[in-house]
Design a protein around this ligand. Structure first.
Ligand SMILES: Cc1ncc(COP(=O)(O)O)c(C=O)c1O
Length: 379
């Protein structure tokens, strides 16, 4: 099946006897046993639930993995992932990451004795130099949030070829529609399913997708033990969202290209970060590694006052955290997604009080641009 077809047709209820088109919400915490030592395949919903299983199966197929686990949020997925590691392990992480991941690594993982080292993973030499005997994983976000740096996943794989180092890629921004990290050599793909996969700003979700059975078994054990699984109702919502993933992403990307180019022509805009621009330093890697550029656009304006004015004067675009939904949202990373990152680190990465981030939705693009225009020009 082609990707678009899989999105629409991939989630199936294994025990469908009614002909229902939609996978039902199996709102049951537990399942009865036909006899002693017998199971229907479902025992307790923390371990497995038919609605969640249908979702997990389709996400595993979309990412080209052997298994996918669905979590109550992206951070829940990351917290289970990090249980693979122990005190003394060294993990290299992209220096420009979603702020919540940085908060988790700095406050939870480090407390457990895991050493986290932030490295610009788009700089292969720097990654090579950071690898040491205790290195157990490289956690990559590509493109990064919010500066849109790109890491060459296959090149990182080549760097670690002779070593037992897991390559983990947060694929939230591009989704498997545009980028499939496992096919580039990654071992685990991470998702905030809250974003493009669910796609409607109406539920939280997270995923871990793995490339082999051994990782699946290790993570499934932690998964059932910790219990941060996705509910049947939220699984249903994400299944529904995924049906339109491909067309939503194409439309949002088309809009994002136009918005990025329009922003480039605005005198009060000092920089535009969009991985689809020919001027993006990593455009060649993106073209090789990804099928598309997505719809996340960050831009820097000339002053903090203008940034705040835009946030307070957009009319249709909503000033809200999150991304990947059908609605266009604007975010102020230094006060929202990255508020917990120390100021000197934010400044070093360019996450200043002049930087705004847009998650472009699927509205008519003229409405998005005219809203931004009136917000900027009324300053
Ligand atoms: C790239 C990325 N990864 C992970 C997360 C965490 O996901 P969630 O908010 O679903 O917990 C986010 C949230 O914004 C994100 O942007």
């Amino acid at each position: 099946m082609n990707f678009e077809t899989l999105c629409v047709q991939g989630a199936k209820d294994k025990s469908n006897t009614t002909g229902a088109i939609a996978v039902p919400i199996y709102q049951s915490a537990t399942f009865s046993h036909p006899g002693v030592n017998q199971s229907t395949g479902y025992d307790y919903s923390r371990l497995q639930n038919p609605t969640r299983e249908a979702l997990e199966n389709v996400v595993a197929k979309l990412e080209g993995g052997v298994d996918a686990m669905a979590f109550s949020s992206g951070m829940a997925a990351i917290s289970v992932l990090m249980e693979l590691f122990s005190a003394g392990d060294h993990i290299i992480a992209s220096s420009d990451l979603y702020g919540g991941s940085i908060r988790f690594f700095n406050n939870i993982s480090r407390k457990s004795g895991i050493e986290i080292e932030y490295v610009d993973t788009s700089d292969l030499k720097a990654v090579g130099q950071a690898i040491k005997p205790a290195t157990k994983a490289i956690f990559i976000e590509t493109p990064t949030n919010p500066m849109m740096d790109v890491t060459d996943i296959a090149a990182i794989k080549r760097l670690t070829a002779q070593r037992d180092i897991l390559i983990i890629v947060d694929n939230t921004f591009l989704t498997p529609y545009y980028q499939q990290p496992l096919s580039q050599g990654a071992d685990i793909a991470v998702h905030s399913g809250t974003k493009y996969l669910a796609g409607h700003n109406d539920t939280l979700a997270g995923f871990l997708v793995v490339s082999n059975k051994e990782l699946s078994e290790r993570l499934r054990f932690i998964y059932k033990t910790i219990g941060s699984c996705l509910s049947p109702f939220d699984s249903f919502l994400v299944i529904r969202g995924i049906k339109t993933l491909a067309i939503r992403m194409d439309r949002a990307q088309e809009n994002a290209k136009k918005v990025a180019n329009w922003l480039l022509g605005q005198p009060m805009v000092k920089a535009v970060h969009y991985i689809g621009l020919d001027t993006h330093p990593d455009i060649e890697i993106t073209k090789r590694q990804s099928k598309g550029f997505g719809s996340m656009v960050s831009f820097e304006v000339e002053s903090k006052e203008l940034a705040c004015h835009i946030l307070e004067n957009v009319k249709m675009i909503m000033f809200a955290e999150s991304l990947g939904g059908v609605e266009t949202l604007i975010t102020y990373p230094h006060l929202q997604t990255h508020a917990d990152v120390p100021k000197h680190e934010r400044d070093a990465r360019g996450i200043t009080d002049r930087l705004l981030r847009l998650s472009i939705g699927i509205e008519n693009c003229d409405d998005i641009i005219s809203d931004l225009k009136q917000a900027i020009n009324s300053f």
